[in-house]
Design a protein. Structure first.
Length: 432
């Protein structure tokens, strides 16, 4: 609720079910929060005991029956039937808007919950693959193909898909990178027009691109600029280990190529074979770019993480020769100027977190706006396409946000992505 929309009510008119705001220091009242929905007569009596005449309240967040009760005494006299009916209609319409808002909020929350469940299932499945790949490589291949096949099937069912930011506790940390790369690689492959068979192989290669790291010592699994030449060589051997594991699993050729070449770069500066341009298999060109993006956003040391906007900018400004131009162009279009997870300042001065992007509307992502008078759990996902007077002014680092904004928006230290069905006009939902 904006300041311009603030409504006040006499404390004598308070009713159970009203959503109220206490403009008092938290130590001067016994309630857990400064804003809440009144649930008992005792709470009303407590508020009246503060000795204040009026209190702010939100009809939009109050129970619909309370709105009708509050408006009923304002009906015109019985003789003026037209005026009475107009008031009744207005009250009913307002109550309907409240009901619709709650229904939409519930749908948004369920959509996110479905995304997170599907991410968690994929993460758990990947962990099973890693645990079994040495003893049952054939079963590990089938499990990998099952995970990816389920994603491809849903993605193709959706038609157009949005990229959705998940909460930080989605899935297992050890599987986060593999599932992130898989999800984004599949979306990118779909944008490139790959058919279902090629998508399945790209996805399997993306899921298993780093499988060779399980053969390395823990300290060598993440690239470190402080590695000496011997350590760097040992780290780079994860590609050969991955190929050997993939061959034991009897992976399809394009999946194996993604593992073998995901560190090859278009300008020939990659490893292990210094391939260039079209000599690099297309699944590997996709995985190389997506792998780099996720490593910039989710490095082993979180203090070195780039914001999604800065990661995209750095890839384009400093690393463009490394990647296939067609793949890079579609990737930037797909992720949007402000990818999910970006903290932004809006043109009206408010702050927001980008949570969902559709490639057809890259400048109009879906966001959660910092609204201190709306509890974070009840904050709606707003579509900038439906807010034509508002745009994004700039991207911000999380530490640039005021403390209250940071706590409310909770920018992710680790980014998890999944996909959901896009609706015309930018609305989206997940198919259960």
């Amino acid at each position: 609720m904006q300041n311009s929309e603030a409504k006040f009510i006499d404390v004598s008119d308070l009713r159970v079910g009203m959503y109220v705001f206490l403009d008092l220091d938290w130590m001067k009242h016994p309630f857990a929060l400064n804003s809440f929905r009144i649930s008992s007569r005792d709470q009303i009596e407590t508020i009246r005991g503060f000795g204040i005449g009026q209190i702010r309240w939100s009809p939009e967040q109050s129970d619909p029956d309370v709105i009708r009760e509050k408006r009923a005494p304002q009906l015109p006299p019985n003789g003026n039937h037209v005026a009475r009916q107009a008031v009744v209609d207005a009250v009913v319409a307002e109550a309907e808007l409240v009901r619709q808002r709650r229904q939409l909020l519930a749908a948004q929350q369920e959509s996110l919950a479905i995304c997170e469940r599907q991410f968690a299932v994929a993460a758990h499945g990947f962990r099973q693959v890693v645990d079994n790949v040495d003893v049952q490589p054939g079963m590990a291949r089938l499990r990998s193909e099952q995970i990816v096949g389920g994603m491809v099937e849903k993605m193709l069912e959706h038609g157009e898909s949005d990229i959705r930011l998940l909460s930080e506790n989605a899935g297992e940390k050890s599987s986060l990178h593999a599932v992130n790369v898989t999800v984004i690689a599949l979306l990118l492959g779909k944008a490139l027009g790959l058919d279902s068979a090629e998508l399945a192989e790209v996805g399997t290669g993306a899921l298993l691109h780093d499988i060779g790291k399980m053969r390395l010592a823990e300290r060598l699994r993440w690239s470190d600029p402080d590695f000496n030449p011997a350590e760097r060589k040992l780290h780079q051997e994860h590609v050969a280990h991955g190929v050997a594991i993939g061959q034991a699993m009897q992976l399809a050729p394009r999946a194996l190529a993604a593992i073998a070449e995901h560190h090859e770069l278009a300008d020939g500066s990659g490893y292990p074979r210094r391939l260039a341009g079209a000599a690099i298999a297309r699944p590997a060109r996709i995985c190389a770019l997506v792998n780099q993006y996720d490593n910039l956003c989710n490095p082993q040391n979180p203090s070195l993480a780039l914001t999604p906007h800065n990661a995209l900018s750095q890839i384009y400004a400093l690393m463009r020769p490394h990647y296939d131009s067609e793949v890079l162009t579609l990737f930037i279009r797909m992720m949007g100027v402000y990818p999910p997870g970006s903290a932004v300042e809006l043109t009206d001065g408010r702050y927001a977190l980008v949570v969902s992007v559709n490639s057809l509307r890259p400048l109009k992502p879906r966001i959660v706006i910092f609204e201190p008078r709306v509890p974070r759990a009840e904050a709606m996902v707003e579509d900038l396409e439906h807010l034509p007077t508002i745009g994004i002014r700039r991207s911000l680092k999380p530490l640039q946000l005021p403390r209250a904004v940071y706590d409310y928006l909770s920018p992710r230290k680790r980014l998890c992505y999944y996909f959901e069905r896009a609706r015309p006009g930018g609305e989206s939902e997940v198919a259960s």
